[in-house]
Design a protein around this ligand. Structure first.
Ligand SMILES: [Cu+2]
Length: 345
């Protein structure tokens, strides 16, 4: 038979394990943690969280401590059968515990309201503006003033405010880069505003945070903060027309048309918009919602059978080469298309 003490011990062990698990989530060096902010937007939110945490802790200690004290101090002692003193109301105490929470709430409300306005208003409205569109299950970044459209990797200049119009082409998504800023929903038919700034050049991970269907967990992205010169170089390369293919990439570029890839993917100003713009695809380090490294091996697997690399993706669900056996590609055709994709620097 399982003894009462065994169950008690088991409970203690479980509680300890849960606490360790919970606390390990606070490690500030993990890339998806909101602690260890690396931009002013996230830093303001982190400060607010810490302030409210300490305020809540003080309230908890006072209320919990008072409760434990009274339970222990005024407990019924053996042999004591008399009723405790019966008290009705205490004006000063009642005034005190009405005013104290008001003061606590004021301390919390002032920086909270300040934070709401700071998040909603850009510190620099004339700075770089990018329209971000969530698609099932990848992100599009449109630098309208620069004539650049790219996917999954958002390049920004470090130490600069970047204004983002957050939109969606299908269902509700949520745009979140925990180290740089709070999250905001991407709602179809409506534009939401968010601004970002990174203190230092670097790579910051992002993730869709609103369940949006089968591949939601694989709808990631990265923000790459470049130095000012690095960002200018990146822009110059993105604005240039796609490279003219040579060698095997020539036949790859023809297959790109005959196999229907162009129906969904734009190269320069030609092509559809259902899939990511591929004009400078080879300049990106990752693809397919930033879950795959942009290597020849991964590209061969992706073009051969995208479903095996990212279940549910709209390319394998809709493209005729995957739904119609008569359109299937030979391994040689795939390698030519991949050579073409890799030439799009
Ligand atoms: Cu999602």
């Amino acid at each position: 038979m399982i003894s009462k003490y065994f169950i008690q011990k088991l409970l203690v062990v479980c509680c300890l394990a849960a606490t360790i698990g919970l606390l390990s989530a606070c490690a500030s060096d993990s890339p998806m943690s909101t602690f260890g902010a690396q931009g002013p937007g996230a830093a303001q939110l982190e400060d607010l969280f810490i302030l409210i945490f300490w305020a809540a802790l003080v309230v908890f200690v006072i209320v919990g401590g008072g409760l434990v004290f009274t339970v222990v101090r005024f407990r019924q002692k053996p042999g004591d059968t008399s009723l405790p003193p019966q008290i009705h109301g205490h004006r000063n105490l009642e005034i005190a515990w009405t005013i104290a929470p008001i003061l606590v709430l004021i301390v919390i409300a002032i920086p909270s309201i300040d934070g709401i306005f700071a998040l909603a208003n850009s510190p620099d409205e004339d700075s770089l503006t990018v329209t971000v569109t969530g698609h099932q299950w990848w992100w599009e970044f449109d630098y309208e003033d620069e004539d650049i459209v790219t996917a999954n990797e958002l390049h920004i200049p470090a130490n600069t405010v970047v204004n983002l119009n957050i939109e969606s082409s299908d269902v509700i998504h949520s745009f979140w880069v925990p180290k740089l800023q709070g999250k905001i929903d991407a709602v179809p038919g409506h534009s939401n505003f968010l601004w970002l700034e990174a203190d230092e050049p670097g790579t910051y991970l992002g993730q869709c945070l609103e369940f949006c269907g089968e591949a939601h967990a694989n709808m990631r992205f990265v923000v790459i903060a470049d130095s000012l010169e690095g960002f200018e170089d990146w822009k110059a390369n993105q604005r240039a027309p796609a490279n003219t293919p040579s060698g095997r990439a020539i036949s790859g570029s023809q297959l790109f048309l005959s196999k229907g890839c162009i129906a969904c993917h734009k190269i320069d100003s030609t092509g559809g918009t259902i899939g990511p713009n591929l004009t400078h695809f080879a300049s990106r380090g990752t693809f397919a919602g930033s879950i795959l490294e942009n290597t020849r091996g991964n590209l061969i697997k992706w073009v051969t059978d995208p479903e095996s690399m990212k279940a549910g993706n709209q390319m394998s669900a809709q493209a005729p080469v995957y739904t119609n056996p008569d359109m299937a590609m030979t391994p040689e055709e795939v390698s030519h298309i991949v050579a073409y994709l890799q030439s799009l620097k």
